[in-house]
Design a protein around this ligand. Structure first.
Ligand code: URP
Ligand code: ZN
Ligand code: ZN
Ligand code: ZN
Length: 510
C-alpha cells in the first residue's frame, strides 16, 4: 500500500517511512534520568499537545496517555544542530539532502531542530528568504535560519533589518573564503558587523583567507597536484588561523559578539582561546568531522573515497581533532555543529581531474549526537549535563530560543530523546537515513544509542523506525539580542567616555 506520508524524492529509501503516530497527544516518559545542562535527576516527564507540562517523580495519568518506560536511560533535550545546509545550491550543484530527507536523518539520530543557512539570490535577502520558505515546505522537524551576506549596499542593509525585525533571523554569516562566489572583503565585513551590532544580531564567519586559498590552489595545480590531497595542501591551517584572528580583531574593533563556524584547526581555536581570555565575546563551533576525523583520508588512493572528505576549512592532521575535543571540554569552544552538506559520489566526481571542482561538504546531521557522546562522554572528557549543553542548550541560548528549546522544563517544546547508555551504535551508509551514497563516518561504532526521538510531542523514531510526515516541521523565529549582547552598551559607553576624558582636559587648560 502506498504511503501517503512518504516523500517521492529520487534516491530516497521509501522503506524508512511510516505513518506518523496518530496515538494520543498525551505522553508520559517514566522513570528516566532527566538531564538538563545544569542538573540531572530521576523524574517523569509529562507531555500534552507538543509541550512539556510537568517534570517530577511519580506522575500519575489516565489510560488515554501513551507511556514510555525510560528506566535506566537518559531523557534529554533533542539535539539542536546550529550548522546545516539542506537543499543547498553550491559549486554548480545541489545537496542531495533536502528539508525532508536531511531532517528525517536528523530525527533518526536524536536531533530535533537545526539552523540552516539561507543564501541570498543575486544578493537579495528577501528573494533568498522566499526561496528557502519554499524549500522548507516539506519539513518534518523544527528549524530556524541564519542568513549569508554576500554583497553590500543600502538595500542589503535595510533587508537585514527586515530579516531581524520581521522574519525571525538573528544571525548573519560572512564568508571570508570562496573567492569569486560567496567571499566578501574586510570592508563588507566591517559594514556587516556594524549592522549586526545595531540590530542585536550575531555575526558569524567562515574564517579562511580566501585570497590566499585561491593562490594556494593555483600553486597546487601548477605543481601538478590535482587530487583531493590538493584540497588540504592548498588551504593550510595557517590561513584559517589568520582569518579567525582578523575576524576576531575586527569584531573587537566594532565591539560586537562573534561566532566562528566550523573551527577545524588548533590555529583557529587558539585565536578564540586568546580572545576569550581577554574578555571578548567569541563563540567557537567545532563540527563533528573536525572532532573525529583526520586529513589522511584525502590521500586515499581511491578518488571516490578521498573526495568524500573534501570540505572547507579542510579536515586537519591528526592532533587537531584531539585539541578541538580538549577545547570543547574546557569551554574554549561552546557547542558542536555538523555543517551537514551532502554531495554524493557522482557530484564529488565533478572534480576527478581538479580538486577545486569537488563540491565541498560532508555529512553529520544524523551522526552528531552519537559521535559526540562517544567521543566526549564515553571517553570521560565531559559529563552528561555538559553533553546536553554542547549538543542542545548552548545553541538554544546563543540563538535566543531557550528555554523553549534546549531544555526539559515545564513549558518547553516536547523535543526529547531517550538515550540508552548501555546500547551501542554503528554508522553505515547502508543503514543511515540521508540520501547520500556514502558516509564519512562509515564503520564508526561505540556505546550509547538514541532509542526514541520525540519531536513536537510526536514519537518520530522508535524501534529503529522513522515515522515522519512532510509539513509537520515548524519555522522557529529567533529574536535578536541574545545573552551575548547583555551589557555591550555599557562597554561602549565606557569606551566613549575614555575617548572624551582627554578632550575635556585640553579644553579646561586653554
Ligand atoms: O565545505 C563546506 N563547509 N561546505 C558548506 C559551506 C560552508 O562553508 O559552510
Ligand atoms: Zn518515504
Ligand atoms: Zn563555511
Ligand atoms: Zn557550512
Amino acid at each position: 500500500e502506498p504511503n501517503q506520508f512518504c516523500d517521492a524524492g529520487i534516491g530516497y529509501d521509501e522503506s524508512m517511512c511510516g505513518i506518523p503516530s496518530s496515538a494520543s497527544s498525551k505522553l508520559l516518559i517514566k522513570g528516566g534520568t532527566v538531564v538538563n545542562a545544569q542538573h540531572q535527576e530521576i523524574a517523569d516527564v509529562y507531555v500534552e499537545d507538543g509541550i512539556i507540562v510537568a517534570v517530577k517523580p511519580n506522575i500519575r495519568v489516565g489510560d488515554d496517555v501513551t507511556v514510555l518506560d525510560a528506566t535506566g536511560k537518559f531523557v534529554m533535550p533533542g539535539g539542536i544542530d546550529p550548522h546545516t545546509h539542506l537543499d543547498f545550491e553550491f559549486m554548480g550543484t545541489e545537496t542531495v539532502d533536502d528539508f525532508f530527507s536531511g531532517q528525517a536523518a536528523a530525527l533518526a539520530g536524536g536531533t530535533t531542530m537545526h539552523i540552516d543557512f539561507v543564501i541570498p539570490v543575486d544578493g537579495s535577502l528577501t528573494a533568498g528568504f522566499e526561496a528557502y520558505e519554499k524549500k522548507t515546505k516539506k519539513s518534518c522537524m523544527d528549524y530556524g535560519f541564519h542568513m549569508a551576506i554576500t554583497k553590500w549596499d543600502e538595500t542589503v542593509s535595510k533587508e537585514m533589518e527586515l530579516m531581524v525585525k520581521e522574519k525571525g533571523i538573528n544571525s548573519f554569516k560572512f564568508f571570508m573564503a570562496y573567492k569569486g562566489a560567496l567571499m566578501i572583503n574586510d570592508d563588507l565585513l566591517l559594514e556587516g558587523f556594524k549592522k549586526c551590532k545595531s540590530l542585536g544580531a550575531l555575526a558569524m564567519v567562515h574564517a579562511e583567507n580566501g585570497d590566499a586559498v585561491y593562490e594556494g590552489q593555483k600553486r597546487m595545480i601548477e605543481l601538478g597536484i590535482t587530487g583531493p590531497e590538493g584540497h588540504a595542501l592548498s588551504r593550510p591551517a595557517v590561513l584559517e588561523g589568520e582569518a579567525t584572528a582578523r575576524a576576531i580583531r575586527l569584531a573587537s574593533f566594532v565591539n560586537n559578539p562573534l561566532y566562528v563556524v566550523h573551527v577545524m584547526s588548533i590555529d583557529a581555536m587558539e585565536e578564540i582561546a586568546k580572545a576569550r581570555k581577554e574578555g571578548q565575546r567569541v563563540i567557537g563551533e567545532p563540527v563533528v568531522s573536525g572532532l573525529v576525523l583526520d586529513e589522511s583520508w584525502l590521500w586515499h588512493p581511491d578518488f571516490k573515497t578521498a573526495a568524500r572528505y573534501v570540505m572547507s576549512p579542510p579536515i586537519r592532521k591528526r592532533g587537531h581533532d584531539k585539541a578541538l575535543q580538549g577545547a570543547l571540554s574546557t569551554g574554549v569552544l561552546q557547542l558542536v555543529g555538523t555543517d551537514h552538506c551532502a554531495f554524493n559520489s557522482t557530484q564529488k566526481a565533478f572534480g576527478i581531474d581538479d580538486f577545486r571542482k569537488i563540491p565541498n561538504g560532508v555529512n553529520g546531521i544524523e551522526e552528531r549526537m552519537h559521535l559526540v557522546w562517544n567521543t566526549m562522554v564515553e571517553s570521560g572528557q565531559v559529563s552528561v549535563t555538559d553533553y546536553v549543553r554542547l549538543t542542545s542548550t548552548e545553541c538554544a541560548r546563543i540563538f535566543n530560543v531557550y528555554p523553549r528549546k534546549g531544555a526539559i522544563l515545564a513549558g518547553s517544546d516536547a523535543d526529547i530523546i531517550i538515550f540508552n547508555p548501555n546500547a551501542s551504535f554503528e554508522i553505515t551508509a547502508k543503514s543511515h537515513h540521508s540520501r547520500l551514497d556514502a558516509n564519512v563516518f562509515e564503520g564508526k561504532k561505540g556505546k550509547g544509542k538514541v532509542e526514541v526521538t520525540i519531536a513536537g510531542g510526536r514519537i518520530v523514531w522508535q524501534n529503529n523506525e522513522l515515522k515522519v510526515a512532510p509539513g509537520t516541521g515548524r519555522y522557529i523565529k529567533m529574536p535578536p539580542f541574545s545573552y551575548l549582547y547583555d551589557g555591550i552598551e555599557k562597554i561602549d559607553a565606557a569606551y566613549l567616555s575614555s575617548l572624551q576624558a582627554p578632550v575635556n582636559r585640553a579644553k579646561s587648560a586653554s
